[in-house]
Design a protein around this ligand. Structure first.
Ligand SMILES: *[C@@H]1O[C@H](CO)[C@@H](O)[C@H](O)[C@H]1NC(C)=O
Length: 396
C-alpha cells in the first residue's frame, strides 16, 4: 500500500461461542486464548496505525511481533492491545556477552514505551534450538541477561521472558507418549527449562499440523490435521484418544517436558496456522484447507479447554499470521499464511456462516462508531475469543 489512507466502511459484529470471563492477569503475557502474529516481512501491508484499527475492530487483543519496531510500538500506544516483542536472533550474541547491552536493549525497546504500549512479553530469539547450532550456546545467557535487565528495571511483574521453539527440538513425537527432546539439544534445553521454571515462564511452541501433514501425507489423514471428523489416533501407553493433531502435538510437548523433569510447565502455542497457497509439492496448501483449519482452530480455542493430558491448562495459541508476507524467502506456503489480505479485507471466512459477503455493503459504520464500540476496558477481554467482524477497507 503506497500512500493510501484507510477507512473502515463496514463493520459486523457477531457474538460467537463462549463468554467466559478471564481470570488471570498479572505477569502473564497472554490473556484469553486467541492471539495473532503480526509478521511484517512484506512491502504491501497496511501501516501500523491501520493494523491497530483492524485488530481493535476484530477484537484480537494478544499480538506478537518479531522485533521491537518503534513505529509499531508507537502505533500500539494507548490501544489496550497486549504485545509480545521479539529480540531477534541477530542480537543474541551481543546480549549474551554483555549485561549492559541487554539493559540498553530493554530500556530502549521496552521500558521507554511502557505503560502506554502494553508490552507484556519479550521473546528472546526465535526457534533457536531447533535451528542451526551456532546460537545454541548463547541463548540461555541472553535470556538471563534480558530477564535480569527487566528485573533491575522493576518490570518483571509486567513483562514475561520466553523463547519459542519449533518442533525440531523433539524426537519421536508419535505417538505423543513417546516424545522426548532431541539428544543434540538436550544439554541446552534442560538448563533453559530450569531457568524458565524458576521465573514462571511457559514453554512456547510453534506447532504446525500443516507441516506435519506435508511430511507424511501418505500416512496422515488430512482431516485429522484439520480438526475434521476422523477416527483419530489412539495412544496406547497413556490410554488417550486424539481426534485432532494439534492436541496430539501439544501433548507430545508435555510428555517431553515431563521426561525432562518439568511436569508442571505450561505449553503455549506461539504460532500455528495453515497456508492458503503453496508449491506443487505442497498440495494441502489451499484456501479451503486454510479456512477449515483456522475456522476449527478458532472453535477449539473458544472452548477454553485443555488437552487430554493437561486438561487444566486451557489451550492458548497465537495464529500465524495476520497478513500474507510477500517478501519471505522459502517455499510459496511461507508467503501465504495470512488471515487478512494486504488491503485489510479478510482472506477467507473463518467461522461466520451467517455472514454473507453480499450483506457486507448494507451496513455502513463510521470509524468513530467503531472506535466507540471497540471497548478496550476491562470488559474487552471477555469477548476476545468470541467476537469477530468483517471490515472492508478502501483507499483514497
Ligand atoms: C556468552 O556470555 C558468556 C558470559 O559473558 C561468555 O563467557 C561467553 O563467551 C559468551 N558466548 C559467546 C559465544 O559470546
Amino acid at each position: 500500500m503506497k500512500r493510501g489512507k484507510l477507512f473502515v466502511q463496514g463493520l459486523y459484529l457477531l457474538l460467537l461461542w463462549s463468554n467466559d470471563p478471564i481470570v488471570a492477569w498479572a505477569a502473564e503475557a497472554f490473556i484469553g486464548t486467541y492471539g495473532i502474529n503480526y509478521g511484517r516481512i512484506a512491502d504491501n501491508i497496511p501501516s501500523p496505525d491501520e493494523v491497530v484499527t483492524l485488530l481493535r475492530a476484530a477484537k484480537i487483543r494478544n499480538v506478537r511481533i518479531y522485533d521491537a519496531d518503534h513505529s509499531v510500538l508507537k502505533a500500539f500506544s494507548g490501544t489496550g492491545l497486549d504485545l509480545v516483542v521479539g529480540l531477534p536472533n541477530g542480537n543474541l550474541k551481543d546480549v549474551n556477552a554483555s549485561e549492559d547491552h541487554a539493559l540498553d536493549w530493554v530500556k530502549e525497546n521496552v521500558q521507554s514505551f511502557l505503560p502506554d504500549t502494553r508490552i507484556r512479553g519479550i521473546a528472546v530469539g526465535n526457534e533457536v534450538l531447533g535451528g542451526s547450532n551456532e546460537l545454541w550456546s548463547v541463548l540461555l545467557g541472553a535470556v538471563k541477561n534480558v530477564y535480569n535487565a527487566v528485573k533491575k528495571l522493576q518490570l518483571d511483574d509486567v513483562v514475561q521472558i520466553t523463547t519459542a521453539h519449533s518442533s525440531a527440538v523433539f524426537a519421536n513425537s508419535y505417538p505423543p507418549s513417546s516424545c522426548k527432546f532431541n539428544d543434540n539439544v538436550d544439554q541446552y534445553m534442560k538448563p533453559l527449562l530450569a531457568f524458565f521454571h524458576e521465573i514462571g515462564s511457559p514453554f512456547c511452541l510453534n506447532a504446525y499440523p500443516f507441516l506435519a501433514y506435508l511430511s507424511d501425507p501418505g500416512n496422515i489423514d488430512v482431516n485429522y490435521a484439520l480438526f475434521q471428523k476422523t477416527q483419530g489416533i489412539y495412544d496406547e501407553k497413556n490410554d488417550i484418544h486424539y481426534d485432532n493433531m494439534l492436541d496430539a502435538i501439544i501433548d507430545a510437548a508435555y510428555v517431553a517436558l515431563e521426561d525432562a523433569g518439568f511436569k508442571k510447565m505450561e505449553v503455549i502455542v506461539t504460532e500455528t496456522g495453515w497456508a492458503s497457497k503453496g508449491d506443487s509439492n505442497e498440495a494441502a496448501a489451499t484456501v479451503d484447507n486454510a479456512r477449515t483449519y483456522n475456522y476449527n482452530l478458532r472453535k477449539r480455542l473458544a472452548l477454553r479447554k485443555g488437552t487430554p493430558l493437561r486438561p487444566k491448562y486451557a489451550l492458548k495459541a497465537y495464529i500465524f499470521a495476520l497478513f500474507n508476507e510477500n517478501q519471505k524467502p522459502g517455499p510459496t506456503s511461507e508467503r501465504n499464511y495470512g488471515l487478512f489480505k494486504p488491503d485489510g479485507s479478510i482472506s477467507y471466512e473463518i467461522g461466520f456462516p451467517a455472514l454473507k459477503s453480499s450483506s457486507a455493503t448494507s451496513l455502513r459504520v463510521s470509524l468513530k462508531v467503531i472506535q466507540a464500540r471497540a471497548c478496550f476496558g476491562s470488559n474487552f477481554a471477555v469477548h476476545v475469543a468470541s467476537t469477530v467482524i468483517l471490515i472492508l477497507f478502501s483507499r483514497f
